[in-house]
Design a protein around this ligand. Structure first.
Ligand SMILES: Cc1cc2nc3c(=O)[nH]c(=O)nc-3n(C[C@H](O)[C@H](O)[C@H](O)COP(=O)(O)OP(=O)(O)OC[C@H]3O[C@@H](n4cnc5c(N)ncnc54)[C@H](O)[C@@H]3O)c2cc1C
Length: 478
């Protein structure tokens, strides 16, 4: 390695995923000099192996399912999907795994991009090991923001590496549909990828460890409705099933379950959680534990380090792009305010510089058929948090706007109301077309809109949004 002198910036960001990009955008907008370090592709997991390719795979699946429910249109969409065309469109969404467009964007905001592995080398210092072997030292006057994201967690099964299992990366980037696919897991990545690959031509077996069913973090009816639809689509769902061993025999994957069943497939996807990408970023040089999630305060600052921020997946608050970008806007503003000596921040009065929505107003859409969307607390979470709450449910099929979506519309909505404050603590919608509806609930939850005022937010007729009236009526009448 060759050594160059250290280069000083106001801010150094490690990781140019969606979150790192947004931190840099905000610090640059505040006039702070900013370096951003990236070891793979500028744009991160979201652009190349997560949100964008997965949604590009799922959009035709959902559009076809919607069309199949409509008399007059259903006959025109009986044929299987054109898998090659769907994969081709996915490739365009990932820009064929090239990041030139996003590099241009970084240049456009006036940040300096360094390619290579970034590692902390003591307080306010980042070393970058470039692919060509050169090494640079970046000194941060005001802040270092760790935005290194998360990677797929694999279970500790002997010989797993030889099986070459799929993680979310292979599942979103595959060039063809395997004939048979085992998906291990029951969370968002598992159900989305089971939906996509079953429709794209694979025979999917979904192995779910616990007995809580699918999407266990949402209201129970979300997982039930999604499971019914997956089963109807041909997915073999086995709950209460753990994988005890997995081998590859003459090209075939063989998973043996705790019940002793052998399940064979061409590929196996482990959608079994995430780990922080912090093993090799020099945490030990500043007294932190390598491999750990980085715990932060509401201004995204790592406890005990006034110059160190951890933003996005890596802080484990909410592993979602939109929530990470929200944190990035706040962290960027907080860094800039502290750099200019804002007395409010120094005294701990953070106001707009606090990521409070992380605690009780996180929205999420699961892009399955039916879609599942939620914000805030589920009934169980609200009760566990000690709120005195009541849940009201509505069958979405009774809403005129939903019935227009097509024959046999199935869906459900739940509103969790805080009985002390008469505000909405959480909302869940499950049904075709509900993804675009969730922001109305996010405004109600994050804005703590009193139930009495919600009556004056009049939904248009005939849209699915009229579910709000049905929910308010159900709350009033029960
Ligand atoms: C299959 C799948 C689908 C998803 N779908 C959605 C969705 O629809 N909507 C949604 O909101 N969220 C979705 N997510 C979650 C979303 O992808 C993440 O929340 C988001 O990517 C987090 O952004 P980030 O910038 O924190 O991390 P990342 O996107 O992981 O970016 C981190 C960046 O840091 C770089 N890096 C890591 N270590 C170093 C280092 N030492 N030096 C330099 N660079 C480094 C990485 O190469 C990477 O580019 C999905 C996730 C998966 C797995």
């Amino acid at each position: 390695m060759t050594q160059t002198d250290s280069i000083a910036y106001d801010v150094v960001v490690i990781g140019a995923g969606p979150v790192g990009e947004n931190v840099a955008d905000r610090t640059r907008a505040a006039g702070l000099t900013t370096a951003i370090v990236e070891s793979e592709l500028v744009g991160g997991e979201c652009s190349y192996w997560a949100c964008m390719p997965s949604k590009a795979l799922l959009r035709p699946v959902i559009a076809r399912a919607d069309a199949r429910r409509l008399p007059g249109l259903s006959g025109a969409v009986r044929e299987p999907l054109d898998t090659a065309a769907v994969l081709g469109r996915r490739d365009e969404f990932t820009n064929h795994w090239k990041d030139d467009g996003q590099v241009q964007w970084v240049e456009g905001i006036g940040a300096d991009l360094y390619r290579g592995q970034g590692r902390l080398a003591g307080p306010r210092t980042v070393e970058v090991a470039a692919p060509d072997g050169t090494r640079r030292v970046l000194a941060a006057r005001h802040a270092v923001a760790v935005c290194t994201g998360s990677g797929a967690a694999l279970p500790n099964l002997p010989g797993l590496a030889e099986v070459r299992p799929w993680t979310s990366r292979e599942a979103t980037a595959a060039e063809s549909a395997p004939g048979r696919l085992i998906v291990v897991g029951g969370g968002v990545v598992a159900v989305e990828m089971a939906t996509a690959w079953q429709a794209l031509g694979s025979r999917v077996t979904l192995l779910v460890r616990g007995d809580d069913g699918l999407l266990a973090r949402m209201e129970p009816f979300a997982g039930e409705l999604v499971a019914d639809a997956l089963t109807a689509a041909g997915v073999d769902i086995r709950t209460g099933t753990s994988v005890e061993s997995v081998t590859r025999e003459n090209g075939t994957v063989v998973a043996v379950t705790d019940a002793g069943d052998r399940v064979e497939a061409d590929e196996i996807l482990f959608a079994t959680g995430r780990v922080p990408r912090t093993c090799d970023i020099g945490l030990e040089t500043v007294g932190l534990e390598p491999g750990s999630w980085l715990s932060v305060d509401d201004s995204l600052r790592v406890e005990g380090h006034d110059w160190l921020y951890a933003v996005g997946d890596v802080n484990h608050r909410a592993l979602l792009t939109h929530q990470g970008k929200y944190q990035a806007r706040i962290a960027g503003a907080a860094i800039a305010a502290r750099a200019s000596g804002d007395p409010d921040l120094e005294s701990g009065r953070w106001g707009a510089h606090a990521a409070t929505a992380d605690h009780d107003a996180v929205p999420q859409v699961v892009f399955t058929d039916p879609e599942a969307a939620s914000v805030g607390l589920s009934l169980a979470e609200a009760e566990r948090a000690g709120h005195r709450v009541r849940a009201v449910d509505v069958d979405l099929a009774t809403v005129a706007g939903a019935s227009l979506y097509g024959d046999g519309y199935r869906g459900r909505a739940r509103m969790v109301v805080d009985l002390e404050d008469e505000i909405v603590r959480g909302v869940t919608f499950v049904g075709p077309g509900v993804g675009e509806l969730i922001h109305s609930a996010t405004v109600a939850v994050a804005g703590q809109v009193p139930i009495g005022r919600l009556w004056h937010a009049v939904p248009s007729y005939p849209t699915i949004s009229e579910v709000w009236l049905r929910l308010l009526e159900a709350y009033r009448d029960n």
